[in-house]
Design a protein around this ligand. Structure first.
Ligand code: ZN
Ligand code: ZN
Length: 397
């Protein structure tokens, strides 16, 4: 592994920052202490700081030489509404809030890079450090873009990292093209006419209709979607009725749709309307489908992914970089940044969980688990990646 020695020797300082953030988790758009800490730390290192972009977002700008190229490096800062089960010293002090997705580590790795780059002149151009709020369901990336992130701080490309439990500590996993799915939710309200359960012909049964709808919607995945396109439609809630001998007046269903492309998503949404409305019509019920698009698919651009992969290989060696890592159907709001700019989102292995206390849940302690902890071993790897990525990117023609 080719880590930058100055970054390795600052490990204690960055680890302390990481653990301070871990101990003081804040939920989406409430990251006031965290953004204070980030802003103060950046300006102590002589980096120009801009605040209040996307409510609690922070941007640091570092410029050297006459180079006209610029690069955006992004970390997220928010925590989750989870009661932490860990008992180590840096466990959450805010009951019911927890850094269970490792955004404390993402913030610390980017700070580690900023620390090094602020004292070194060995790059030519502009580095934009993006500390975003509200990745967990709040679309903080979009809020920053809507507040002029890329018009006020133009970048040629933008890059992001997420730690990934189960992937070897310090290994990288990445793929060009769709890497994470779009995330969308729907609710279907079926209104019928209630009746005695023994005399259903006096009513219009919304339960039976809801079940036909649940069944019918899966036909989109098997009959309408191109088999080589990936998508999943899951109905996760069906609610109706209060008694065994009464046909109720209404029923509702809800669920999620995940796709890797917007075209597939458009097709699914429009087919859902047709199927839902026509099935309801067939059984004399009325129906309302509400479909909400949350995060678009996270799509890595080919050129920037090839470039980022080269940087990863330089640091951790060919054998520790998987550039055809299996995409996941989970979602990520960095997708909004990748819609606006070319770039690459990659996973950095968080290891098999040996670094943490044994807690609940099996396996390598996945994200969003109350016994999760970011692996501090990754800090110098992530910081070195950010530094080399920025230097190499700015030096390109
Ligand atoms: Zn998360
Ligand atoms: Zn996350």
């Amino acid at each position: 592994m080719k880590l930058i020695p100055e970054i390795q020797s600052a490990h204690g300082e960055i680890q302390t920052l990481r653990r301070t953030i871990h101990a003081n988790p804040e939920l989406r758009y409430e990251e006031t202490q965290t953004s204070d800490l980030v802003a103060k730390t950046l300006s102590n290192w002589g980096i120009e700081v801009h605040r209040g972009i996307g409510k609690t977002g922070v941007v640091g700008v570092l410029k050297r030489g006459n180079g006209t190229r610029s690069v955006g490096l992004r970390a997220d800062m928010d925590a989750l509404p989870i009661l932490e089960l860990n008992t180590f010293d840096h466990r959450s002090r805010n009951a019911g809030k927890m850094h269970a997705c490792g955004h404390d580590g993402h913030t610390a790795m980017l700070l580690g890079a900023a620390r090094y780059l602020s004292t070194r002149g060995d790059f030519d151009g502009t580095i934009v450090f993006i500390f975003q709020p509200a990745e967990e369901g709040g679309a903080g990336a979009k809020a920053m873009i809507d507040d002029g992130l890329f018009t006020r701080f133009p970048v040629d490309a933008v890059f992001g990292i997420h730690n990934w439990p189960g992937l070897g500590a310090g290994h990288f996993g990445v793929a060009a093209g769709p890497f994470m799915a779009s995330s969308n939710e729907f609710r279907i309200e079926v209104k019928g006419v209630g009746a005695h359960a023994a005399l259903p012909h006096y009513g219009h049964d919304p339960v039976f209709t809801a079940v036909q709808i649940a069944n019918g919607l899966q036909g989109i995945i098997t009959r309408n979607k191109k088999p080589v396109d990936t998508a999943v439609l899951s109905i996760t809630q069906i609610h109706a009725g209060d008694a065994v001998n009464v046909v109720p007046n209404e029923a509702w269903l809800a669920g999620t749709v995940r796709t890797f492309t917007t075209q597939t998503l458009d097709m699914i949404e429009s087919r859902m309307h047709k199927i839902v409305e026509n099935i309801a019509e067939a059984y004399d019920c009325s129906v309302k489908l509400t479909f909400r698009r949350n995060y678009p698919p996270t799509v890595n651009s080919v050129e920037e992914t090839k470039f980022a992969t080269m940087v990863m290989r330089e640091i951790v060696g060919d054998e520790n970089v998987n550039d055809s890592f299996e995409p996941t159907m989970t979602a990520e709001d960095f997708s909004f940044m990748l819609e606006a700019k070319p770039g690459c989102y990659a996973f950095l292995g968080n290891g098999d969980g040996d670094h943490r206390e044994l807690g609940h849940g099996e396996g390598p302690c996945m994200l969003h688990n109350a016994s999760y902890d970011f692996n501090d071993e990754l800090l110098p790897v992530g910081s070195t990646y950010w530094v080399r990525l920025a230097q190499r990117f700015l030096a390109r023609e």
